[in-house]
Write a new protein. Sequence first.
Length: 619
Amino acid sequence: MSTDWDMEQQKVINAGPGARLLVDAAPGHGKTAVGCARIARLINECGIEAVNILLVSFTRTAVAELRNRIAAIVGNPARAAGIRIATLDSTTWTLLNGFDSTAASLFGGFDANIERLCDQFRQRNDDLLEHMSKYEHIVVDEAQDILGPRARLVDLLLAHTSPSCGVTVLTDPCQAIYGFTSENGDAASGDASSLVQRLESGGNFEKVELGTLHRTSQPSLMTLLSHMRPIVVAAVQGNRHVHILLREKIKHTATTLATTRETLAETVKNRDDLLILYRTRAEALLSASMLCSSGVRHKLRISGLPSWLQPWIGAIFRDYTQPQIDRPTFERLWHSRNCANLIGSPPFEEAWQNCLRVAGQAGRVKLDVLRRVLSRSRPPVEFCVVDSGTSGPTVGTIHASKGREADNVFLYLPQERKGEGEGIPWDEESRVLYVGATRAKKSIYVATGGPTYSMILPTSGRPVRPYRKEIAAQFEVGRDGDLDLASIVAPAVHSVEEAGKLQEWLASTTERFVEFTAQSDPSWNWRYRLQCMEDGAPTVIGDLSEGFSGELLEVARMLKAKRPGQIPHIWQVGVRTVVVSSDSPLITSMVVPFNRTGFFLAPVLRAWTKSRFRKGFKP
């Protein structure tokens, strides 16, 4: 084990396997690193098998990062691969699917799954309790954001482990932002009782505080972090003055960002060391759209984006109709289709081993098993592109930046509006600012964001900005479900030959931006069809979904107008693999060979675009 740990960190790492610890630490104090090092020691020095360790993380992105960190510390990726690292929602689904015989007919979303699994624990499902008894250590990351029903579930999970099972809970109450205000700027609702409160009241956990800052050695940042935390701790709900004090502390320490929205692209080009953080989703989308129009590669971190399966999967398997594939055939296709250079591709050996791990039999990969695993709504994270993009600066919301750090941070402070104050939970807003300002390792720059106000559609959470003086609105395109995936290979849109050419074209565009326009027409039942005017590109790409069209109808009614005939400036920012299960009804609406293989490529869309709606409103 490394010796570069302070005394408090060593106390956590070297605690006995059965110890139950509540580790409290501010940002940059090595909380997550210590949790990973503790797991590595349990495997390497305490004889605990990786399969008997469960790590519950908050997001799928964090799952991928934690797996890589632990594998690097353990020094044997194959050995570390057995650790169960998953989000709480994924863990819930797995346990229900394995130990509740009626679960398939009762799934009704994540919250329903949580309640159902709580019931299984209360009813003392023997198979479920036997499964939980195998775990020898459980780690819970970002515990401050586990609230309400999820807190009750984790409490039950821990209560039904064996008495010798150790638990390490990592938390920072000053970063508790997910249970309150969202990245859209609205207040979340529901039961806000936290897991940490439950564990503290139980008395079975030893509390350890990590007190040494490791993220930065810059004096100005160290001073800022030390000054901010007492302010956040002392913040009281409704106290706007404390929030203003925090803003002033940040502005006083940070460098004022002279870059405007118009000059941002040139400033951040090729900057992999940079996080660009906004308070709201609409601001982040606007910034990302401007970078797309300037051709600047970047990554986007906001919620609600579709799972992005790496495109090498579709490139290899889209027309491979055999039931199994061996290593030589896989390698031949990998090289002939240039998979190593497709966005998000792992090294060849890692790609092959991942396939073997989830669908291997006697040294071959069974395609029906691989297809079944990858067609799930939440496929294994090692097959996914973690960020929307693989190079350049990261643009995102403060909410989505939790757990991330960068050498440099551009923090856009929310613009204060006249008369603002009533009904705003200022303590939670203070925590949001605190999270944003603690991501930097070397330097932080601040600016005030422009007036990117938006309303949120209740059906999907899509931000929309209606214009007051014209019949127009800005809105997001690219949320999960916006693209009708089957239309990419549907006979109603493409012939067999056209679908094949589109697949080849998509495979050639994974590393660049392509601009689309969506056109609506009565001959397509008023659906929006993506079209590309780029030389040499297929004219028609596919359709936006009926659900998306229905949401535009909601906006049209608000504007007392008809839906727009055209939606401009929709960007293809990448290419993803789509996997359709063999029993999906979509199979019947797909051309050959995709209706046999179930694998194909589709564009990843992104836009914060303005469209003019048509006159002629009919109530």
